[in-house]
Design a protein around this ligand. Structure first.
Ligand code: HEC
Length: 103
């Protein structure tokens, strides 16, 4: 039976599975790309182009960091709020979406 071994291995590799990377704490820093893929890509698309036209494209998005920051705090329309993303995580995601080629 390999399953108990896998569970044991996961417990050893991730002794604190409740800790979420990107939040305040001791977790290692997560890249902007990884933060984007985990939190945003489901709606905004892998490369910033959403499949749902009611979601804004992030390619060539004209806003500055202050606007970006308030968007994540407010959660406009059907977009959720992201209180768990601190300013360092937000800055990394902002830098990541700036790499998307504009439309
Ligand atoms: C559940 C779907 C969903 C998720 C997840 C999501 N968004 Fe959005 N986002 C939206 C929708 C819908 C809009 C358009 C809101 C509007 O036009 O009022 C939007 C708009 C935006 C805008 C443009 C705001 C403006 O006024 O121009 C930015 C920037 C943005 N999202 C960034 C992000 C980032 C970064 C993440 C991840 C941390 C994220 N979104 C996660 C649905 C989502």
């Amino acid at each position: 039976m390999i399953l108990p071994l896998l569970i044991a291995a996961c417990t050893i590799l991730d002794p604190n599975p409740e800790a979420t990377i990107g939040r305040d704490g001791d977790a290692p820093p997560e890249s902007g790309e990884s933060l984007y893929l985990r939190n945003c890509a489901g709606c905004h698309g892998l490369g910033g182009t959403p499949s749902d036209t009611s979601v804004k494209t992030l390619r060539g998005w004209p806003g500055d960091f202050a606007k970006f920051d308030s968007t994540l705090t407010i959660g406009p329309s059907t977009m959720p709020e992201f209180p768990e993303l601190d300013s360092s995580a937000r800055r990394k995601i902002f830098d990541h979406i700036r790499k998307f080629p504009p439309l």
